[in-house]
Design a protein around this ligand. Structure first.
Ligand SMILES: [Zn+2]
Length: 229
């Protein structure tokens, strides 16, 4: 089988999505060197890491973390750009599988047991434009490494178009603020949700998602993103 893979590689070279060198037959999308050299988020091993601090005093969180450190230049920015804007969502899944392995160790270590992975939803219009929600791929990758199931239907993003036409400019801007809704409250009582996103900066989007999920009775929230900026 490897022989045929090698022939295939000659005909259709399979290159690293970051450094573009030819991949070995046991490598997939990202070469081992690039994978190893991805800049990791500081204090990843600690429960009091940088991402956890973003949410202090804002929402009750069981666990929050990010795997990679986003930098103005470099591989993390390049790869995120590819999976967000260049129609290469499988890169998001690949990175999430890698990140998910480290996340699994941390969840076990701190005895954190989420019931569902919730990808941050994309608005329908944006979904049609892009063709995919990169957070769905991140959720799938993390699920592969942690065995926590993905729930894509529970949380939805909506736009309050009703009030948008009647109000002034500031109000219209205000309405751009993300509005999320949850369906099927009863089924999800007492559950623990792990919300996943691509990059956390201010944490505003995740906070909006978490506040919506917290409308369900007695739920717990954890947060994980591929990168922290
Ligand atoms: Zn590489």
């Amino acid at each position: 089988m490897n022989f045929f893979n090698d022939i295939l590689n000659l005909l259709y070279p399979n290159n690293c999505v970051n450094c573009e060198i030819s991949l070995l037959s046991n490598e997939d999308m990202l070469c081992a060197v690039c994978s190893f050299q991805l800049p990791k988020s500081p204090n990843f091993e600690s429960i009091d890491n940088a991402v956890a601090r973003v949410f202090w005093g804002r929402i009750p969180v069981e666990y929050a973390n990010a795997y990679l450190q986003f930098q103005k230049t470099g591989s993390v920015k390049k790869l995120i750009h590819k999976f967000k804007y260049d129609n290469e969502p499988l890169i998001a899944e690949k990175l999430a599988v890698i990140a998910g392995k480290s996340l699994k160790k941390q969840l076990d270590k701190h005895n954190i047991r989420p019931d569902y992975i919730i990808p941050v939803p994309l608005h329908d219009k944006k979904l049609k434009l892009r063709g995919y929600n990169q957070c769905d791929y991140i959720a799938n990758g993390i699920s592969k490494s942690t065995s926590v199931p993905v729930e894509k239907k529970l949380l939805q993003k909506i736009t309050n178009t009703n009030s948008q036409t009647k109000k002034g400019r500031y109000a219209r801007w205000e309405n751009v603020a993300e509005i999320f809704v949850v369906k099927d409250h009863e089924k999800y009582k007492n559950k623990h949700f792990l919300i996943v996103d691509d990059v956390i900066t201010t944490g505003a989007t995740i906070e909006a998602c978490a506040r919506t999920l917290l409308e369900i009775e007695n739920v717990k929230i954890s947060i994980f993103s591929l990168a922290y900026a």
